[in-house]
Design a protein around this ligand. Structure first.
Ligand code: OKP
Ligand code: ZN
Length: 353
């Protein structure tokens, strides 16, 4: 399969994230992608390419998935941050105040003049630092997702957007969970626009894909399925419950399969079969897989117990859907193993095709 590499990913390199009242080193580090690349060097899965997507095409695609005010916010966030105080140039951007949407009559319909207040409108956690290169890195990543979708539209069985920062927590007008632009949603929309009438997104990251679910929640043409740690105890907490089935025209086109912390491969694999059955029942003709490897037993921030060899089985099962498939790189924070696990999955998929 063709692999679209985000050559700008190093420009997004957060230093610290807030965790339980203190600043800890970021989990979502450039080395994650570098390990995948190194493993692909040892076990090649296809040609490595740079995405050839023009700025106008990219901007048009971004504007279809994200609100214009949010994109504008991202584009100028670093400059606005430094303008608040020149000393801010030494520090990453992180929000520290939020409006508690839908509660207490807090106004969120006006754009506050203070950047720190605006930051709290768009960002939903204090763990997703943004810096000078974030916008460039995220844009190039979005281009990788579009290029991967284009490859599949051109007849390829599969393609991989090898990019970071990840995307599945980014919504129409919010960032968080290390995500800024929703790469998987961009790929799904590109597949729709390219002629696939029904597209499915099957998110296998440990964390619920709250951004992707929100983007497609009222749409009947894109099925969103996510297998993840139960949001009653696991991040991102406020979305991802089993009773969220979609709304309006999208009623029935969202499926959440939350599993308890501690779940091992036998039970996870049964959930995958349920998810794949839903994809088949939906009648999708193309598939997007936000590929998180943080279901791994050694992941430092997650709670499932998949082993490295299991990822080949996952890839094989995904191939069994028989659909043209776009993979996007999402989570996976056991840095030394993330390359092996990612390539095991891709290899399992490729062997089964
Ligand atoms: C991003 B992706 C939990 C801390 C959670 C944010 C996790 C974001 C995961 N102890 N911090 O879905 O892999
Ligand atoms: Zn995750």
């Amino acid at each position: 399969m063709k692999i679209f590499l985000n050559a700008d990913h190093h420009r997004h390199a957060g230093r610290q994230e807030m965790f339980r009242g203190r600043m800890v080193p970021c989990h979502e580090v450039p080395a994650r992608l570098d390990h995948v690349l190194a493993e692909l060097g040892r076990r090649p899965q296809g040609e490595l390419l740079s995405p050839a997507i023009g700025d106008a095409t990219l901007d048009a695609a971004l504007a279809r998935m994200h609100h214009p005010d949010y994109l504008q916010f991202l584009a100028t966030a670093w400059a606005d941050w430094v303008a608040m105080d020149p000393a801010n140039a030494e520090r990453d951007v992180l929000p520290s105040v939020w409006p508690l949407p839908n509660r207490h009559g807090f106004r969120t319909d006006t754009s506050p003049a203070n950047f720190a207040a605006r930051l709290g409108l768009y960002g939903f956690d204090a763990g997703s630092p943004l810096m000078a290169g974030t916008w460039a890195a995220a844009r190039s990543g979005a281009a990788c997702a579009l290029a991967a979708a284009g490859e599949v539209l051109g007849g390829a069985r599969s393609a991989f957007a090898l990019t970071r920062p990840p995307g599945h927590h980014a919504g129409p007008d919010f960032f968080g969970g290390y995500c800024f632009l929703n790469n998987a949603a961009l790929a799904a929309q590109a597949l729709r626009d390219g002629g696939h009438h029904r597209v499915a997104v099957l998110d296998v990251d440990y964390h619920h894909g709250n951004g992707t679910q929100t983007i497609f929640y009222e749409r009947a043409d894109v099925l969103t399925v996510s297998i993840h740690g139960d949001p009653r105890t696991e991040y991102p907490f406020f979305l991802g419950h089993a009773d969220e089935r979609g709304a309006g025209a999208g009623e029935g086109a969202n499926l959440n399969l939350p599993l308890p912390r501690g779940t091992g491969f036998t039970d996870w694999r049964m959930a995958l079969d349920t998810a794949l059955q839903a994809v088949t029942n939906f009648g999708a003709s193309a598939l997007v897989v936000p590929m998180g490897l943080d279901t791994f037993e050694g992941d430092p921030i997650s709670g499932f117990h998949l082993r490295s060899a299991d990822y080949a089985t996952v890839g094989q099962a995904l191939a069994g859907a028989g659909l043209p498939t776009v993979f996007t790189f999402e989570g996976g924070y056991a840095v030394a193993e993330v390359g092996i696990n990612a390539v095991n999955l891709l290899e399992g998929f490729g062997r089964a095709v």
